[in-house]
Ligand binder design. Sequence first.
Ligand code: IMP
Length: 421
Amino acid sequence: MNVDVVLGLQWGDEGKGKIVDYLARQYPVIARFQGGPNAGHSLHFEDTSFVLHSVPSGIFRKGTVNIIGNGVVIDPVTFEEECRSLEALGIPVRDRLMISKRAHLILPTHRIIDAASEHSKGVSRIGSTLKGISPAYMDKTGRNGIRVGDILVPGFQERYKALKSKHIEFLKQFDYAYDPGQGEANWLKAVDYMGQFTLIDAEYYVNDCLNENKRILAEGAQGTLLDIDFGFYPYVTSSSTTCAGACIGLGFPPSRVGKVYGIFKAYCTRVGSGPFPTELFNREGEILREQGKEFGATTGRSRRTGWLDLVALKYAVILNGVTDLIMMKADVLDVFETVKIATSYMIDGAGTDRVPYDTNAVITPVLREFKGWKRDLSGVRREEELPFEFMTYVRFIEDAVGIPIKIISLGPDREQTIIRD
Ligand code: IMP
């Protein structure tokens, strides 16, 4: 058995939560492999909405095992809040969730460093969610981090204090006022809470499942264009958001990668700073934001919006080895007379269909225009009912990328999903 991977092909917020929840019925094991509480995976069903930050999106499904992998960084405070909210909804989180001992912890001082560092960057700030993600990964790769498994080891408090002292030293370089005890009591309480969960050697668990022919779905967070290596650096997050990150963040070999579900929105959005070649600054951009309710699930920030970028999409497909495309929020385009797709870029007077090394260069997208379908698609449940103009848009993307769009999502609910064979 292989691990199927589901991940975002743009700048995050593609709608992964809905799809993982949808796919989860086919998988007994769902595992998050990177990122942390910077993620916000929104799920909507019946009359309920829920935003997951650290917990895998399979948690609502009876009979699933959900794993937070070693590649994730966890803030115990956010984690506790999230789990308690799930418990209040009657979800038996402790029975359905296991955590890798190798996942790293986000300390209160990581969040302070994040804020101080962003503050010091002024106009060139990354637009971080300020959840302490980058400082926590810095400590991981700098070999200073504290891992979930350390909670169980005597001397945890001393290790915590030692790392906190290092952070306080580090913070001296910034002109930034903060309270060194901020959030500490809550954090320590939340660490105790987390210690009540099943903490495992997830790499063994995952490989045992594969050998027992159990299907696993690996759930990515953020998106390919925010990847630490292949994203539009430095305007990226600090983890490997691509398919390879699933192997590293869960501990299974590349030879065990099965299907790769690549999720993209029918248009583009981005939160935070950084290049966005197809960004719209006009009324069309506002309509995308309003129709798509494009406000961050984690920070509430309003998202930047733009047309679908095929250059970036093809790049993401190559990097991940996508086998199945999943198009989200296509209904958001229902109101437009014409919809557009960037097919190439013009940079310094030359055309290219590749993402350049220097994404901060002035990139002018070359747009192709399509007739809009001007019909409310949110109630459509069968492919045959989709308008000709819409299918022209879909087929153009499939032909250009060379990968089939297997699922089309036309709204937030589980039912608003068209599966194509
Ligand atoms: P950080 O990961 O919080 O440090 O943020 C780095 C960049 O990634 C910023 O531009 C964030 O807005 C963006 N980012 C981080 N997590 C997400 C996400 O889940 N969705 C969309 N953008 C994100």
